[in-house]
Each structure stands twice: as structure tokens, then as C-alpha cells.
Write a protein that binds this ligand. Structure first.
Ligand SMILES: C[S@@+](CC[C@H](N)C(=O)[O-])C[C@H]1O[C@@H](n2cnc3c(N)ncnc32)[C@H](O)[C@@H]1O
Length: 218
């Protein structure tokens, strides 16, 4: 989003150029390596098949796509979607030699139309950063672009009560997160997704249960 205006001024997932440039290393350092280790476990829990076609919504630097690509054969494909110029640059550099992985500059918070469907769609640490009505648009985008029986994966904060967090965790969470995240953790996501047409829920937890991979099927 370098020189662009923020779409949702209060959102914490539209990063500054500095944060975008150093996103992976800042998270690794700030979590003392716990965050990238949990991400690796989560991607391992996605049951990726070698010929899967995967959409990575809000793909950032391509860190997760890189981990996913390791499970694919020459028929597997990944499409990364993001709006940040800096993220696009890093994503494209990372996959310059890999024809299976491509990038598209596209907003995921408004309806988009692709003439292809995916076996899996991942949204990782983007979903919590939108107003709730916008999350519904994102869910509908996912539903519209999944093959029948395809899986939607939300890798993000788990559901928890901020007041039940230990004070030092609560302090950090409130300091670094945006108001949309406070709303996100308080919602019952399986019920919401079920109403929107998803079923067969599986969940995995990481980072002291603050992080969850929620899988549901179309
Ligand atoms: C916190 S980062 C997460 C990046 C990546 N998914 C990961 O887990 O490493 C959030 C990403 O969402 C992207 N993003 C924010 N709003 C978006 C939107 N409306 N459409 C597409 N991407 C968006 C940002 O540019 C950024 O790359």
C-alpha cells in the first residue's frame, strides 16, 4: 500500500511500507521464532495434495505460499493475491523461478471474479483486520472460488475472551492489535461459516491456543 490510502483506517492488516518490507523478520524476532514454527505446523496441517490448486488471499511476502509450494508437484499451483506493492515485490521475487506460483494484485474485501476455482483457499492473518460486514464479502469470495468439496482455511487468532488473558498477554494484544481484532476473537466463526454454506469443521491450535487453523468445506 506504499503511497496508497488505507481502505479501512483502523485496520492493522494494511501495513506500512516499513512493516511490509520487514514483515517476516519482525514476526520471527518478536516471537523469538515461535510464530514461524507455528505457521510451519499449520501449513503441515492443511493436508495439501501434490496437485492442489491453492489461492492465498492476502498472501503478503509469500512466506506461507513458499511452505505450501513444498507439498506440490509440477501440476500443483498457487495464486497469491494482495494489494501491497511491497508485498507484491517480495512475493514475485520469491517465486521468480517457480512457474507454479503466480501473483495477482486484487482486493479480497470486495467481490472479485476469476475464471478458475481452487481446491484450497487460505487466508492467514488478514481476516481479523476487516470490519465484520467486509468479512462476509471475503467468505463469499472464498465460497465462489472453491471447487465442490474444496476447503477454506482461516489461519488467524483463535476465539477467546480478552479479559481471561493473563495481564501481560492482554497488554501486548491490546497494544499491537486493531479494534477489528477485538471483535474477531469474540465471534463464533463456525456458526457464521455454517450459515454462509460451509460445513465439516476441523481446527488446530498453536501458540498457547491464541492461534487457530480453522478448516471448513464447501
Ligand atoms: C498481516 S499481513 C499477513 C500476510 C500473510 N497472509 C501472512 O500470513 O504472512 C496482511 C496482508 O493482507 C494484505 N491485505 C490487507 N488488506 C487487503 C485487501 N483488502 N485485499 C488484499 N490484501 C489485503 C496486506 O497487504 C498484507 O500483505
Amino acid at each position: 500500500m506504499s503511497a496508497k490510502e488505507k481502505i479501512y483506517p483502523e485496520s492493522g492488516v494494511e501495513l506500512t511500507p516499513f512493516m511490509s518490507k520487514h514483515y517476516d523478520s519482525i514476526l520471527a524476532l518478536a516471537s523469538m521464532g515461535h510464530y514461524p514454527r507455528s505457521i510451519k505446523k499449520a501449513i503441515g496441517n492443511m493436508d495439501i495434495r501434490p496437485d492442489d490448486h491453492i489461492l492465498d488471499m492476502g498472501c503478503g511476502t509469500g512466506y506461507n505460499s513458499k511452505l505450501m509450494s513444498a507439498f506440490l508437484n509440477s501440476k500443483g499451483q498457487i495464486l497469491g493475491m494482495d494489494i501491497s506493492d511491497e508485498m507484491a515485490r517480495q512475493f514475485r521475487n520469491r517465486f521468480a523461478e517457480d512457474e507454479r506460483v503466480s501473483f495477482m494484485e486484487e482486493r479480497i474485501d470486495q467481490p472479485f471474479y476469476l475464471n478458475r476455482k481452487f481446491d484450497k483457499i487460505l487466508i492467514s492473518f488478514v481476516f481479523h483486520g476487516f470490519p465484520h460486514e467486509v468479512r462476509e464479502v471475503v467468505i463469499h469470495n472464498a465460497l465462489a472460488h472453491l471447487k465442490e468439496e474444496g476447503s477454506f482455511y482461516i489461519l488467524d487468532f483463535a476465539e477467546f475472551e480478552m479479559n481471561s488473558m493473563p495481564p501481560h498477554h492482554r497488554f501486548i494484544f491490546k497494544a499491537i492489535e486493531c479494534p477489528y481484532a477485538f471483535d474477531y476473537i469474540a465471534r463464533d466463526w463456525k456458526s457464521i461459516l455454517k450459515e454462509d454454506g460451509f460445513n465439516s469443521f476441523t481446527e488446530y491450535f498453536y501458540l498457547k491456543n491464541y492461534m487457530r487453523l480453522l478448516r471448513c468445506k464447501k
